[in-house]
Each structure stands twice: as structure tokens, then as C-alpha cells.
Design a protein around this ligand. Structure first.
Ligand code: TYD
Ligand code: MG
Length: 457
């Protein structure tokens, strides 16, 4: 027996309502409700292989802990972000803007997973396109099967017959379940298709990787709902004009969300960057003013990053401030601190800030390098290229302690820097990282300025 009904769904958060609403009571967005036709059939979807309802309540200590082996994705960096590989039966969502390289990354991993039967389901590209891409990646084709199908029921039939070790779906927004009337990519479709694949994953202990698009404002297209349903959400991001891509976990039921992996898009697919510090610093022939190196942490991984600033006299009445890879409000705050606490006349200056490599940095420890770069450009005096910085700057101009300073210092020492500016408060507890690296503690931005340009304190 089937019955058809329709309901209104918030296209932003997936909230369901029987009637149209102007404002979503769940997420507060306006004008997001759209009508979607639903059709429910009893006993729809993936049939459980075991007896229905066989699960019994168990005490925690009765649950057996025969941990299943994780499945390696054949990309060491991706495994690290996943917490050591794919967990059998898990549902992983990889989100990213169009053209960032999601299909390339997953196909590459699928081809490298030797001895593992992978089914790559695509609703976006034709078989020929996939084959061409695979050949372009220049690797052996591996044990990878391609299926061009968008109906979940069709996919599930193939899955039952083929029993792959891993399923990749490119993308979840192209799938359609016959039990739902609305178009592919709508909230109810995405939710239903994910639920059907989730059932498959859990009942057969097969990992399923879903690729999802991201909307302009950086949300996973439509469904926040999706993030709740899956076990792991990976974000694949980067500036499309640069080759660098960052893979980070924004949710992980089986590992830490602090791990980050770096890739570089080459003409033969994604290359893992095992040593980011060496890549993100450009080695100039002669020191340039406004260039400053920060020792930052991306997740748990220390990384030396180049910060560039340009301070010039404003051509128009209102000075321009622009930041790439750094929060503009934070830059304005740092400039205000410099103005107020150290008497720098920056209010009438244009300030441009750029983090090299198209990388976005949220680590507050980069503040000190931003201040250093701005000061260097304002003074038009280059800093010693063998110097790096780590420290957060507070509103009264004080340099505050940052997390895991030892790790940052060790990375600077490893990269052969000779001097590192750190918060003075942290200096005492710090073990010396090596003979070559001199640690200089600064308590506030004024001291930093004096130290950098050899002025009396
Ligand atoms: P793609 O994986 O199709 O992105 P997504 O699936 O996230 O939309 O990647 C598309 C871009 O990658 C495209 O602009 C071309 C580029 N690319 C390379 O630079 N090198 C390669 O080896 C491949 C296959 C693609
Ligand atoms: Mg794609």
C-alpha cells in the first residue's frame, strides 16, 4: 500500500512542516520552505540481512570488542585525517566546492586500493569521462568498478550482487530514491538516499563514501541534516587559483577532528604533501620588507607559513584593508592595537595582508607574524629571513601564550631558523629545542617593535 503526501521542508536545515512557513522555527532562516512530494511505501528500502528486530539491549560490558580492521584508503594523509583509515560500515561525507578535486581524490584513492573491490557510483560524469580521468592520473587501474546510476534502488541491487569492499558515491545530490517524489538534490531526497545507503553500510559493514557539494556560503549544499546522519564529515578546501588543498575532518566519530592533510593538485592528480613547511615558505634571494614567517599549527601539525603585508598611503579618503587567508576583522583589530598601544599612524594607510599559498589560517598564534609583517612594511625595512614568530596578540597589545608552543619551536628548529619570537610568559617553561635556535620572549607589541628594529626598550 502506498500513500502520497506532501510536506514543506526548510532548504537550509531540513526542518519539516505540514504547512508553509515564512521563517524556519529551527534555524531561523527566512523564505527557505519549499514543498516536496513524499511517497512512503511500507517496507521500503534496503532489507536487513539478519532477522528483523533481532537486536537486543546489551550491557556495555557485554558488547564484544572484536575491533574490525580499518581499511586503508591508500593515501596515507587521508588515512590520518580519518583517524587511521575507513571504519567498516561507516558513512563518510566529503564536502567541497565544485572543481576543488573531490572526484580526483576519491578516484585516485580507489585506484590505489589494491586488492580491494571498489565501486565508484557516478551520477555526474559518464563512464568514458571517468576512464579518461583514470588514465590521466597515470596509475594502474586497480580493482575499481564504475557504475553510472542515480536511482538508489538500482544501486542497491548492484551492491547486493557485487558486494564491493568500498562504495563511493559521486555525488549524493544526484541520487534519487523512487520512494520520494521530489527532484534529486532536494532535502527529502538527500535524506532518504543517505538513509538507504546508511542502512546498507551498517548491515553489510561496508564503508560508504559520499561526495557532497558545497553552496556559495560554504555550507554543505542544503542539508545540515546530512552532517547528523554520517559518521565522518571531511571538508576539502583550498583556493582554486592555487594548487594547495586542505583536507580536514569537521566531524569524526572514530578519530580526532584536529588532524589536517595537505595535498597539491598536479597534472597527475593529487600529491600528498608530507612536509608542508618546506613548500609554504618562498626562499627569496634577498630579504623583502613586509614578509614574515609564522610558526602555526593546522590541527595538530606544525607548519611554517609566510605572511605578507603591504602598508601604503591611502590614495582615497577611506583607507582600504584587505586580507587573503586571514580574518579581516582580526586584521583591523591588530591594526587598532598597533595604533593605540604603540602610536603607529596606520589609520590613514591602506593595509593589504596575504597568507602565501592560498591557505586559510585560523590559528591565533599567527598574530605576532601579522604584526611583524605590518611593522616591517610600514618601516619599509626587511626582517631577517631566519626569524619566525608565534604568539597571540591581545587587545591591550600584550603577547599571549599559545597552545603547543614546544611543537612550534621544534618545527622552526627543524627548518633551520636561527631566531624565534615567542610570548615572554611561555619562555620559562620552554625546553630548548636545539642549539641553533635562539628564543626571544616579548611581552607586548611595543617590545616586539623595539626588538625588531633594534631600538631601546
Ligand atoms: P574534480 O575532481 O573534477 O573536482 P570536483 O569533483 O571537486 O568538482 O577536479 C576538477 C579540477 O581538477 C579541474 O579543474 C582539473 C583539475 N585536475 C588537475 O589539475 N589534474 C588532474 O590530474 C585532474 C584529474 C584534474
Ligand atoms: Mg566531481
Amino acid at each position: 500500500m502506498s500513500k502520497t503526501r506532501s510536506a514543506y521542508f526548510c532548504q537550509s536545515c531540513g526542518h519539516e512542516s505540514p504547512k508553509f512557513l515564512g521563517r524556519c522555527p529551527s534555524c531561523g532562516e527566512w523564505n527557505t520552505f519549499a514543498e516536496e512530494l513524499l511517497q512512503k511505501e511500507s517496507g521500503s528500502g534496503w532489507k536487513r540481512t539478519g532477522a528483523e528486530g533481532a537486536a537486543q539491549p546489551k550491557r556495555l560490558d557485554e558488547i564484544s570488542l572484536d575491533r574490525q580492521e580499518r581499511i586503508s584508503t591508500a593515501l596515507g594523509e587521508m588515512d590520518r585525517v580519518l583517524g587511521g583509515g575507513l571504519v567498516p560500515g561507516s558513512l563518510v561525507l566529503i564536502g567541497g566546492e565544485p572543481g576543488i578535486g573531490k572526484s580526483t581524490l576519491t578516484l585516485q584513492s580507489a585506484m590505489r586500493m589494491k586488492g580491494c573491490k571498489v565501486l565508484y557510483v557516478t551520477g555526474e560524469e559518464s563512464e568514458q569521462q571517468i576512464r579518461m580521468r583514470a588514465v590521466r592520473l597515470g596509475e594502474s587501474l586497480g580493482d575499481c568498478y564504475v557504475l553510472t546510476e542515480t536511482s538508489t534502488q538500482g544501486i542497491l541491487q548492484h551492491l547486493e550482487r557485487m558486494r564491493p569492499d568500498l562504495v563511493i558515491v559521486d555525488s549524493i545530490q544526484t541520487l534519487q530514491s523512487q520512494y520520494i517524489e521530489s527532484t534529486a538534490g532536494s532535502i527529502s531526497q538527500i535524506r532518504e538516499c543517505t538513509a538507504e545507503l546508511q542502512k546498507f553500510a551498517k548491515t553489510t559493514a561496508t564503508p560508504v563514501v559520499l561526495i557532497g557539494h558545497i553552496t556559495k556560503d560554504g555550507q554543505l549544499a542544503g542539508p545540515k541534516v546530512l552532517e547528523h546522519m554520517v559518521d565522518v564529515v571531511l571538508q576539502f578546501e583550498g583556493d582554486r587559483n592555487y594548487g594547495y588543498r586542505v583536507l580536514r575532518a569537521s566531524k569524526n566519530r572514530y578519530g580526532s577532528t584536529a588532524e589536517v592533510a595537505l595535498f597539491e593538485m598536479s597534472d597527475r592528480g593529487m600529491r600528498e604533501i608530507l612536509n608542508p613547511s618546506e613548500i609554504l615558505i618562498s626562499h627569496h634571494e634577498e630579504p623583502l620588507s613586509g614578509v614574515c614567517i609564522a610558526s602555526t599549527l593546522e590541527g595538530l601539525r606544525p607548519m611554517l607559513i609566510e605572511v605578507q603585508a603591504l602598508v601604503s598611503t591611502a590614495a582615497y579618503g577611506t583607507p582600504q584593508r584587505s586580507a587573503t587567508g586571514f580574518d579581516l576583522r582580526r586584521l583591523n583589530m591588530l591594526l587598532a592595537v598597533l595604533e593605540k598601544r604603540s602610536g603607529f599612524r596606520l589609520a590613514a594607510k591602506d593595509v593589504f595582508l596575504n597568507i602565501a599559498g592560498g591557505i586559510r589560517v585560523d590559528d591565533p598564534a599567527i598574530d605576532l607574524a601579522v604584526v611583524g609583517a605590518v611593522l616591517s612594511s610600514a618601516e619599509d625595512s626587511p626582517l631577517d629571513p631566519q626569524v619566525c614568530f608565534s604568539g597571540e596578540v591581545g587587545l591591550s597589545g600584550e603577547v599571549r601564550a599559545v597552545s603547543r608552543l614546544e611543537q612550534r619551536v621544534a618545527e622552526a628548529a627543524r627548518m633551520g631558523f636561527s631566531r624565534m619570537f615567542v610570548p615572554r610568559a611561555s619562555l620559562k617553561g620552554l625546553r630548548k629545542a636545539g642549539d641553533g635556535l635562539e628564543l626571544v620572549g616579548v611581552a607586548n607589541v611595543h617590545q616586539l617593535y623595539a626588538r625588531l628594529f633594534n631600538l631601546p626598550l
